[in-house]
Design a protein. Structure first.
Length: 294
């Protein structure tokens, strides 16, 4: 199966142009399937729908949550559809598989006061304070994905007009709006701190490490967690939490869902609809304020 998996990953990279992160996710699913098949003494050509269903059932027993199980199911369906289309299997055994329904849990967010507490706690005068403040301000101001922020380059920014151009999932490019506080923080960092981080080998990446190279996703996650801890925020804080907070706060303040979809770079409005949760107190307040008999 290793040969087929490698060929499929090459197809995703070269013909579909899908991101490294997506390729890695698919690889993990296929590696897990390969290990499971090997433990049962089953080869790829003998895999049927029952075997795939049993594999997914075992993954569920191993603790895979519904959302991850759904993703794994999609990976299998795409992989086996490709094998059948290439004539490497006589039929597609994954076609009858049904993906589990996604969890109905709402995305966790920070309250607006917690965001303010986090951002205001960073002193730009301290070492790397300007960089870290610019990173967190940009996450919350624009709802960027972690990969989008890490890959952001100087030529992709227009601080005068207030936007950055980023490349998101599927190598799709979009323009993200940047608020004035984030613009101020980024401008301060670019003028007063980034020049000190530049070395002879530095590229045009906006956010740099102490060695002058681009920040890795793991390092950015660590920065967000460290700054949240220093600000006294007790929950697990990560870049995607700021993205969730960005979208939720826009919606709560009256932004149209289609606008939020565009700002987040979601291809499908159904993905954005997870943010349509509004707490019951707000619903009650809106109903009372605007309904004739509220």
């Amino acid at each position: 199966m290793e040969k087929e998996s490698d060929a499929f990953i090459r197809y995703l990279a070269t013909e579909r142009g899908l991101s490294d992160a997506y390729q890695l996710s698919v690889r993990q699913t296929l590696d897990a399937l390969a290990g499971w098949l090997k433990s049962r003494g089953t080869v790829l050509r003998d895999v049927g729908t029952e075997e795939l269903a049993a594999f997914l059932s075992q993954r569920r027993k191993d603790g895979l949550i519904a959302a991850s199980l759904r993703i794994s199911t999609v990976h299998l369906k795409v992989f086996f559809r490709w094998l059948a289309a290439k004539g490497r299997l006589e039929m597609d055994p994954a076609e009858p598989l049904l993906a589990p329904r996604p969890d109905q849990s709402l995305p966790e967010t920070l309250h607006a006061t917690e965001v303010a507490q986090l951002l205001d706690s960073i002193d730009p005068a301290t070492r790397l304070g300007r960089r870290d403040k610019a990173i967190l301000e940009l996450f919350y101001s624009s709802g960027l994905r972690l990969s989008e922020l890490c890959h952001l380059r100087l030529e992709m920014t227009d601080l005068d007009e207030g936007f950055v151009r980023v490349t998101g999932k599927g190598n799709k490019t979009r323009v993200a709006r940047v608020g004035h506080k984030a613009l101020d923080a980024i401008g301060d960092y670019l003028a007063n701190e980034r020049p000190e981080l530049v070395t002879k080998r530095t590229s045009s990446h906006v956010f740099l490490s102490v060695r002058g190279g681009p920040l890795s996703p793991d390092r950015v996650r660590q920065i967000v967690k460290e700054r949240a801890r220093q600000a006294g925020i007790g929950r697990n804080t990560h870049p995607h939490l700021l993205r969730h907070s960005f979208a939720t706060h826009l919606l709560e303040n009256g932004a149209d869902l289609r606008v939020i979809q565009e700002l987040l770079g979601h291809a499908d409005i159904s993905t954005t609809q997870i943010y349509t949760h509004v707490d019951r107190h707000q619903l009650k307040s809106i109903h009372k304020r605007f309904h004739p008999r509220g």
